[in-house]
Design a protein around this ligand. Sequence first.
Ligand code: SME
Length: 162
Amino acid sequence: MTSRNEVTQVKDYGAVLERVTTAIREAADGRRAMAAAVGVLKGEVPDYSWVGVYLLDGNELVLGPFVGKPSPHTRIPLGRGICGAAATEKTTIIVDDVNADPRYLACSIETRSEIVVPIMAGAEVLGEIDIDSDRQAAFGAEDKRLLEAVAAQLAPRIMESR
Ligand code: SME
């Protein structure tokens, strides 16, 4: 079993955030901003095996831009999955061991841990960033901080494209 401290995969989260910030700023519209952000995150952080954005449409989360294997979960009702829980609770959820969480909707057999970060405009949920890792307990406080910053940058880009 691996633990978070055995491997320091990213030394400079600030530099990763700068690259994502630039990519989001330079994107022509909200859709391209989401695609650019997931692309940079997947490329920069080795632990991020699958990186995607879901957008809230009524009572369902609809899969938007993603990098990684195709997911069977292209539409997730709000009450279902870790994705549904994060959107309902309007808070970031980190699951260290997806196989021990009854809410988990399996996407890939290799996935061991997951983080879901809501994208908010005030009190309204626009969508969320969803990341899977093939390593158990891959997500910590620095990932949460990075991804919440990215979500805050995506929110106005998504709003302007509505
Ligand atoms: N694991 C998520 C479903 C989405 S796939 O990971 C891409 C969940 O439990 O909500």
